[in-house]
Ligand binder design. Structure first.
Ligand SMILES: Nc1nc2c(ncn2[C@@H]2O[C@H](COP(=O)(O)OP(=O)(O)OP(=O)(O)O)[C@@H](O)[C@H]2O)c(=O)[nH]1
Ligand SMILES: [Mg+2]
Length: 437
């Protein structure tokens, strides 16, 4: 493997700038730059960093991490100098002159994965931790890095392996196959695995939403209070509110955190037919936003005499302006509707609760971990595949088919931790990382 080098600190100026190296020549390069004879493992040595004319580029710390007990599993070195773009650029340049290659985005993590130091879930969680823009997202990513998600998926993989071993063994002794079918409790074992998978899917879904956030679109007829609700939920006076129907023309986006969950809140133009070309375009954009929504909040004016108040059919109905109608605030009929008054604030907490419920987010915060759409897709696919396997087995009683189906499920789930992953997928995952990570 070539030795790679990259600036590991963020671009710009800072107290410290770090150049990181990994590979067989990492230590040799560090010794040449620092003009030292040796670097102790995991020890911070003060050193001068020199260029090819022995001129001092900078001074700072050199720390060596001897493989395989290092982040990448290879010999690694950190050169910690002053955090200026020019000085750190000179230091990187010197590493390249001495035989290192500039690292690709995520290449350090990719090597850690390829050398078995971390699995794919953990590698992705590192990127998610760096990208986290809320404390919830950061905590979850840390949980995945420390293996909370991996442990659950590995347990399920082991259970499937156990079942596969059992089925394969039974196939090798055909005269005992009858016993295996009736006494092996194969269907019960599969049911248990399905249950564990279903629970993991729920957790991963929650993890994915808390990680990536969800899109919440405010829609409805003009003047019902959509922009007022955006302002109330964000706690800021962002959108223009007037009593003139058709105030909002454009799509307005704002990131808000509701009970620790990040949302992209989108306010739209009131839906109505109009001859005004600006408003027509506004309505067109509103409809486009509606089609992209994870959750649609349809705002309705409770005081309006307009019987066709409801313009849309799906999502959460927010019955607003109940201060004018004396309707009781809170959930309506226990369903997907809630009565609020943006003016008095009544019912807003119930609305927040309903939003979280609709996304399947529980109050419970332990066992939370970060997950990605990719994981969720594979978990669902694995669940479907296993459910079909047991159906087919019960219908046909064919052990060979079951063995094949179990292998298929195993392969699908194996892609989550990266035990069985195509090179294309790896390339796609690691290319989205930062350089130097
Ligand atoms: N009484 C009462 N009035 C409200 C309430 N919420 C909003 N309004 C008023 O309703 C009017 C319209 O509010 P907006 O938030 O601009 O309504 P909108 O749905 O964004 O309207 P468009 O942008 O025109 O589609 C304003 O005069 C608000 O003050 C409420 O809870 N009670
Ligand atoms: Mg508006």
């Amino acid at each position: 493997m070539e030795t790679i080098a990259a600036v590991a600190t963020a671009p710009g100026r800072g107290g410290i700038g770090i150049v990181r190296l990994s590979g067989a020549k990492a230590l040799e390069i560090a010794l040449l730059i620092t003009q030292r004879d040796s670097v102790d493992n995991r020890f911070a040595h003060y050193a001068k960093f020199t260029d090819r004319h022995d001129r001092v580029i900078d001074d700072g710390l050199v720390i060596g991490f001897t493989g395989p007990q290092s982040f990448t599993g290879e010999d690694c070195v950190e050169l910690q100098g002053h955090g200026g773009p020019v000085v750190i650029g000179l230091l990187l340049q010197r590493c390249l002159e001495l035989g290192a290659r500039h690292a690709n985005p995520g290449e350090f993590s990719e090597r850690a994965f390829l050398n078995g130091r971390i699995d794919l879930i953990q590698a992705e969680a590192i990127a998610d931790l760096i990208a986290a823009d809320s404390t919830t997202a950061a905590r979850q990513a840390q949980a995945s890095i420390s293996g909370v998600f991996s442990t659950s998926i590995n347990q399920i993989m082991r259970d499937i392996t156990g079942l596969r071993v059992f089925v394969e063994a039974a196939l090798d002794f055909p005269e005992e196959e009858i016993d295996f079918i009736s006494e092996g409790n194969v269907d019960q074992q599969v049911d248990l695995i399905l249950e564990h998978l279903a629970r993991l899917i729920r957790q991963a879904k929650e993890g994915a939403i808390l990680q990536g956030g969800a899109t919440l679109v405010l829609a409805g007829k003009p003047n019902v209070g959509k922009s007022s609700l955006l302002n109330a939920l964000s706690g800021e006076d962002i959108a223009i509110v007037t009593d003139i129907a058709g105030t909002t023309r454009d799509v307005l986006k704002q990131t808000v955190v509701i009970c620790g969950v990040p949302f992209e809140l989108i306010d739209t133009a009131g839906l109505r037919t109009s001859n005004d070309p600006v408003e027509i375009e506004g309505v067109r954009r509103a409809e486009a936003a509606i089609s992209q929504a994870d959750i649609l909040l349809e705002v309705i004016d409770d005081s309006s005499k307009d019987v066709s108040n409801s313009a849309l059919t799906s999502g959460i109905k927010v019955v607003n302006k109940i201060d004018l109608t004396d309707r009781t605030p809170g959930p309506i009929d226990g369903g997907k509707a809630v009565a609020v008054s943006v003016h008095t604030g009544e019912g807003i907490d119930a609305l927040k609760q309903l939003i979280l419920e609709t996304l399947g987010i529980t109050e419970q915060t332990e066992n939370r971990f970060s997950a990605r759409e990719r994981h969720l897709r594979a978990l669902r696919e694995g669940h479907t595949s296993l459910a079909e396997a047991v159906q087919r087995f019960l219908a046909t009683r064919a052990g060979e088919l079951l063995a094949e189906d179990l292998k298929k499920t195993h392969d699908i789930l194996g892609a989550i931790t990266g035990k069985l992953t195509s090179d294309d997928l790896l390339g796609e995952i690691f290319s989205s990382f930062c350089i130097g990570k």
